[in-house]
Design a protein around this ligand. Structure first.
Ligand code: F3S
Length: 399
């Protein structure tokens, strides 16, 4: 691999042992993928934060690394295993919370911002078109590649962190324009009216394409919130890291000019496919005892919608809306937090229904409007799931 003088000096330890170790690992990783060079990045997003998923080994890794090096650019964390401001009220254990705080402090000590969200692009970590970044949360990877048009591979938590320390990542995969071309065309003859439908599309297509790049022809633009849900679903049933939607996402009308485009396999999607997929994503038709929205973490407009739906009502089951601390604070300023809390709901920050140990609480059935959450909750939390729209789920738990 061709390294610049600065990169070679980092590799040889001129900038300290920590950076040298990071470079050594990243160069080895690049060689596996036949990368010819490293590329500077402008931001990082690091998964592997919840104590539920990384345990003590992950905590030790962060603490050890912290003794040797700091991050050098804007770096945010994925959701943690608990809302550290409201853990007691939500029913999480003190022991788990302490471990989680240690992990976050470990990251903080090396310069990582301690905000924990899978939607960093909603709170200021928003790259520009064609910018190279190293992100690891799969839904955020899909969003930043597809909707924003920045460039990242689907990094692991450690490789994103190492890249944040040296400011470089190996140049392969989605960083190279040819690898961003479409591989399969999906002609979707369906007028989307809600988020459950668009999530079902992503879940169905992810299973077909696995890690290939789907290109969608949609009847209507589903909007940013729904594109977030589409990418999350694609990345959870498959390993999609970039998709294109004609006349909607920034690179669609570039990739469809490529000479290979007309030769691509075309698949039609109709209402039966969407409706069957919606039905199959629920594991029960009983009423949920917790409705959990915000996967990926909710935007302020999604929270506004929930506030409108619950205003003046009394919820008879628990309602969580997962989001970042930053969006929660905007929701407070806008008065949405008060409305939601008055109805009996909660805005839960910096964690989510999948990476928190929800299985240790007294819930059996979780209602979700995210196909990604519907896919993961039965496996990761061993709970039943009801997949429906935000509106219908709230109706189910409203007196
Ligand atoms: Fe985010 Fe958790 Fe969903 S990390 S994408 S809210 S599973």
């Amino acid at each position: 691999m061709q390294l610049t003088k600065y990169e070679e000096d980092m590799y040889n330890g001129e900038y300290g042992e920590g950076k040298a170790e990071c470079m050594e690992i990243l160069v080895s990783l690049g060689k596996i993928y036949d990368a010819q060079k490293m590329i500077p990045i402008t931001s990082a997003q690091v998964s592997g934060v919840s104590y539920k998923t990384i345990g003590d080994a992950g905590l030790d890794f962060v603490v050890d690394l912290g003794k040797k090096a700091d991050v050098t650019l804007e770096t945010m964390l994925n959701p943690a295993g608990v809302d550290i401001e409201n853990w007691k009220e939500l029913g999480f254990s003190e022991e788990f919370t302490k471990k989680q705080i240690d992990i976050i402090k470990g990251y903080e000590s090396i310069g990582v911002m301690s905000t924990c969200t899978c939607t960093p692009y909603l709170i200021g970590n928003t790259p520009l078109l064609n910018e190279h970044v190293a992100w690891s949360e799969s839904s955020a990877v899909c969003y930043v590649n597809s909707v924003i048009g920045a460039r990242t591979n689907r990094e692991g938590g450690p490789s994103a962190l190492l890249a944040a320390i040296v400011g470089r990542t190996p140049y392969y995969g989605n960083h190279i324009p040819e690898n961003r071309l479409a591989h399969m065309i999906f002609d979707v003859n369906y007028d989307f009216t809600n988020e459950a439908q668009i999530g079902a599309l992503g879940y169905y297509v992810g299973q077909i394409v696995n890690d290939k790049n789907p290109y969608f022809k949609l009847n209507n633009n589903p909007g940013r919130n729904n594109l977030k849900l589409l990418g999350a679903a694609l990345a959870s049933s498959g390993a999609v890291s970039i998709y294109h939607a004609e006349d909607i996402t920034p690179e669609a009308n570039i990739v469809n000019k490529d000479e290979s485009f007309d030769e691509l396999e075309k698949i039609d999607i109709d209402a039966d496919i969407i409706n069957d997929t919606i039905d199959n994503l629920s594991t029960t038709d009983k009423t949920p005892d917790l409705v959990c929205l915000g996967c990926p973490h909710a935007s302020i407009t999604e929270i506004q919608k929930v506030a409108e739906l619950v205003k003046g009502k009394n919820l008879n089951k628990d309602l969580w809306i997962c989001t970042s601390k930053a969006i929660k604070s905007i929701a407070k300023q806008c008065g949405y937090l008060d409305i939601i809390e008055s109805a009996g709901g909660k805005i839960v920050s910096d964690t989510c229904m999948v990476v928190a140990p929800v299985e240790d609480l007294d819930y059996e059935i979780i209602g979700v409007n995210s196909a990604k959450a519907a896919n993961y909750v039965p496996n990761m939390c061993k709970l039943d799931v009801v997949y429906d729209t935000c509106e219908n789920l709230i109706k189910k738990i409203t007196e």
